[in-house]
Design a protein. Structure first.
Length: 634
């Protein structure tokens, strides 16, 4: 924990510098954070030196993995879909409200003062970079909202830990889900690992190190040719070469070759690999059909986000339905004092986990009521939020998809889309806009990391309960570190000034308030609401059908998770690498069997580690020298 406590502020600074200030290298937009893999590799190298001096002082594998988990949670909280989005939201409306945009009357009166910053002098320094965060007036203006938001995020994280406590045995021991994304960190630190003695592993590391080093130098010296690892030559977007209707309606279709994406795909099941790239083209076919049959004039059609939302809900419902026996036993045992729940080794006693959920729900209720939200909207919002969290956790535990975006399809977007916004209170809409800070997308979500941490603890025979409290601490401490990094950096450079294009501070801050203004001025029509409801139902039912077919037909090739995640921005970049991984893995398994796959797996682990290490080093070089450098993702 001490190692993690020291590294977490540095890590938050690094993530913020990459993803906000420089906008180059985005580790928290994919499931396996490359910055955390790099830090684990550094810890492993330093630990080997310490072990030669004194074995007593060296970290054990469970200790290194505990630091890995805490750093991963800190990165998730600091990441592209959490505090990086939340921080500018707290300031933007107050600083950019003008009589001409109507925000002074439509929005500002409904924003809780204790959750935002309204002092114009404080905000001027934040946006123009003409002051310092450490000036007393600036520090105290931000202190109250930062502490309240840290408290809310910590309560949400605590409730996720309680849910994972109830899910862990069923998903890990009874259903034996595979948790593909824990394979690399476990192999790296295991005392029995043969990974670092494997020539294929080092071959993968060396090849990717050479490729990334070459491209890093080519970025600095344009006379060197750039290798097409991120975009394949001139074919950066296939859609730019398709100009005739209706085919040009298919939208952005990048042709990207990411070696780490191919290697990460080798950890995934064959049916998921096939489903991801197949459904990526199904979404494009929907857009083409929309244009061909004249539905392009209907706003939002074919409602991709709503279909994806329905698919995520379907995944959560199916996973909970399959686990219903486990939950029934827990519920009965909670109310029976004589029942032996066999939970002494669980992260929390089941009775304590249930009470923790209730206490967390009560705390959130009073928090939101203090903000003016109605009880119905509080219940609807957070029910949907936790359903999506369970869906993401399940898909990560079972299959390990490389990304799970779900852009603009959280409860803050869905509720006003299925119910007229003029029937929702202004205070509710204002809080939906503030909650956009952790609902814009779900790439850096903490809940799947928590359950993966429990799986790691099981593999190394660690103890769950101390890990539970370490992760809860990491959530609270990580939020404070993330807020500090965002405020320190933006006051130094100016949130609206020396930020690399497209300046996500202004984008993240502007989006929810412009959306709220739209809700106030032009609520969705009953027809739009009906269409959105139908799209959600289609996604939900189609996911259930796919799950049912998989249970009844052994050879059925379509996986519902592939349908759910393939519409996302990240998977638009990764569809081709995952298709290549599908072909490679299919050939390996068909002609060499499981033995051949296991033989070649170290090569792909080496590719992942090589790109994580060299890619991280290039970002650190750029930050240290304050110059643009090559970023291998995205």
């Amino acid at each position: 924990m001490l190692v993690a406590v020291i590294l977490m502020p540095l890590n938050a600074f690094w993530v913020t510098r990459m993803e906000v200030i420089r906008y180059a290298g985005h580790p928290t937009t994919i499931s396996l954070f490359f910055n955390v893999v790099f830090l684990l590799a550094v810890l492993l190298a330093l630990n080997s030196v310490v072990r030669r001096i004194s074995r007593r002082l060296a970290l054990t594998p469970p200790e290194m993995l505990s630091a890995y988990v805490m750093l991963a949670l800190g990165s998730a909280i600091a990441g592209h879909d959490m505090i990086e989005v939340l921080t500018p939201i707290l300031a933007h409306a107050h600083f950019y409200a003008r009589p001409e945009n109507g925000w002074l009357t439509e929005i500002i009166p409904h924003i809780p003062k204790w959750l935002s910053v309204s002092d114009q002098q404080v905000l001027k320094g934040f946006y123009e970079g003409t002051s310092s965060f450490y000036v007393a007036r600036n520090f105290y203006a931000w202190l109250t909202p930062v502490l309240y938001w840290t408290g809310l995020l910590t309560v949400l994280g605590f409730m996720m830990l309680c849910i994972n406590t109830l899910l862990r045995r069923q998903w890990t021991e009874n259903e034996r889900l595979s948790y593909p994304l824990v394979a690399l960190p476990l192999e790296m630190v295991s005392e029995r690992t043969e990974l670092f003695r494997n020539r294929l592993f080092w071959g993968g590391v060396i090849v990717t190190a050479v490729l990334e080093t070459w491209n890093g130098l080519a970025f600095l010296y344009p006379s060197m040719p750039m290798l097409p690892l991120k975009r394949f030559g001139a074919l950066q977007d296939l859609n730019q070469y398709i100009t005739s209707a209706p085919w040009n309606a298919m939208g952005w279709t990048p042709i990207a070759i990411y070696p780490f994406g191919i290697a990460l795909g080798m950890l995934l099941p064959v049916d998921l690999l096939f489903s991801v790239w197949f459904f990526a083209w199904v979404w494009r076919a929907e857009r083409i059909a929309t244009a061909a049959f004249g539905y392009g004039d209907i706003p939002g059609f074919p409602y991709v986000e709503a279909q994806s939302f329905g698919a995520y809900v379907g995944l959560a419902v199916f996973a909970l339905f399959v686990s219903r026996g486990h939950f029934i036993r827990i519920w009965r045992s909670v109310w029976s004092r004589s029942a032996d729940m066999k939970d002494k080794d669980e992260p929390l006693p089941y009775r304590a986990a249930v009470l923790g959920l209730i206490a967390g729900a009560v705390a959130i209720y009073f928090f939101c009521r203090a903000c003016g939200m109605s009880p119905a909207m509080i219940a609807a919002f957070f029910t949907i939020y936790f359903i999506l969290a369970i869906a993401i956790t399940r898909m990560r535990a079972e299959l390990g998809p490389p990304a799970h975006d779900l852009h603009m399809a959280g409860p803050d977007s869905i509720i006003p889309a299925v119910r007229q916004s003029n029937q929702i209170g202004r205070a509710d809409l204002a809080m939906f806009s503030m909650f956009y800070g952790f609902n814009r997308a779900y790439r850096s979500h903490p809940m799947p990391i928590q359950l993966e941490a429990f799986k790691i603890a099981e593999r190394v025979e660690g103890r769950y309960r101390p890990l539970f409290w370490a992760m809860l601490f990491a959530l609270a401490y990580g939020a404070l570190c993330a807020f500090w990094a965002m405020l320190d950096q933006n006051y130094r450079v100016g949130a609206a000034e020396k930020i690399a294009p497209p300046n996500v501070n202004l984008i993240f801050g502007r989006e929810p308030w412009e959306r709220m203004a739209g809700w106030v001025r032009s609520p969705s029509s009953p027809q739009q609401q009906f269409n959105t409801q139908v799209a959600i139902g289609v996604g939900f039912l189609f996911t259930l059908v796919l799950n049912a077919m998989r249970l009844r037909v052994g050879w059925f090739p379509f996986h519902p998770v592939g349908y759910a995640v393939s519409s996302s921005w990240s998977l638009s970049l990764l569809w081709l690498p995952l298709m290549i991984a599908w072909i490679i893995k299919l050939l390996l398994l068909r002609y060499g069997g499981l033995k051949a796959y296991r033989h070649w797996l170290p090569l792909f682990l080496g590719i992942i580690l090589g790109e994580c290490v060299i890619g991280s080093l290039w970002t650190l070089v750029g930050i240290t020298l304050d110059m643009p450098t090559y970023a291998f993702w995205p």
